[in-house]
Ligand binder design. Structure first.
Ligand SMILES: C[S@@+](CC[C@H](N)C(=O)[O-])C[C@H]1O[C@@H](n2cnc3c(N)ncnc32)[C@H](O)[C@@H]1O
Length: 252
């Protein structure tokens, strides 16, 4: 990740997504009836709740329709990586600890996962992680200035197996175009999945996005910074596959 082009903080004047938001706020993503998640109650452990209560006032970023200036948030200027749907946050915490020179904005809607990442951040004294508990589609559209991110991680998004649910998959042409618009030139989009048919769908959608170019010939080898999760390890032992995709935003 060190070779990632430093992100410019200059907003991209040609941000068709924010234009659309302004001119047609009810369209596209905001009042989306089709979301990539279903909010379940989910049981929060006592520790998760305690860490969430203690840490979110310190490292939580509220959602609002306004560009987010991350320099004052992190108290420095550094490459910024957004992670979409961090689940329980183990991978987020491990990458943030391994790459202290980058800052991570980790987005998840699921409360117990947010509490768990708060716990991991506190225990490891990580200073380069901020958490948003909100729909990542809206966060990218409404808060992340165009052309500013060094990277975006989408690890093991819900595959929505049934064909009639495929429309809920977060990797869709419109959302990939939105992600690409938020990347600085040279910034990367890294997706991973253990669902083969979704992997091919991702490859098709990412390849079709004109702002992106593939860093590999098809699927990519797993970059060293993405640690193997215990589920992935178990799957690999059982002979299941995992597919990584690493695309970059083309230079302008
Ligand atoms: C299958 S889990 C994978 C979690 C984690 N990335 C991992 O590798 O273990 C997908 C996660 O994405 C979250 N998610 C789905 N759509 C989202 C969205 N639009 N915004 C934020 N989080 C979302 C879900 O709540 C869920 O926790």
């Amino acid at each position: 990740m060190s070779e990632t082009t430093p992100a410019s903080t200059e907003p991209d004047k040609r941000d068709r997504f924010s234009d659309e938001r302004i001119h047609d706020p009810e369209q596209r993503f905001s009042s989306r009836s089709i979301r990539s998640f279903v909010l379940r109650q989910g049981r929060m452990t006592v520790a998760q709740q305690r860490y969430l209560d203690e840490m979110m006032p310190l490292i939580g970023l509220p959602y609002r329709i306004a560009p987010l200036d991350l320099d004052p948030v992190f108290g420095r200027s550094a490459p910024r990586i957004v992670e979409i749907g961090f689940g329980m946050g183990e991978t987020t915490a491990r990458i943030a600890a391994a790459v202290p020179g980058s800052d991570f904005v980790a987005i998840e809607v699921h409360g117990p996962g947010v509490g768990n990442l708060c716990k991991l951040v506190a225990e490891a004294h990580l200073e380069n992680v901020r958490i948003m508990q909100h729909d990542a589609v809206e966060v990218l559209r409404d808060m992340i200035p165009a052309g500013t991110l060094a990277g975006v991680h989408v690890f093991f998004p819900d595959p929505w197996h049934k064909k009639r649910h495929h429309k809920r998959r977060i990797i869709q042409p419109d959302f990939v175009a939105l992600i690409a618009s938020r990347l600085a030139p040279g910034g990367y989009l890294h997706c991973a999945t253990d669902w083969e048919e979704y992997a091919h769908w991702m490859l098709e959608v990412l390849t079709a996005e004109p702002m992106l170019e593939n860093t590999a010939d098809g699927f990519a080898p797993r970059p060293d910074y993405r640690p193997l999760t215990k589920f992935e390890n178990r799957g690999l032992r059982l002979g299941h596959g995992v597919w990584d995709l690493v695309f970059r935003r083309r230079p302008q």
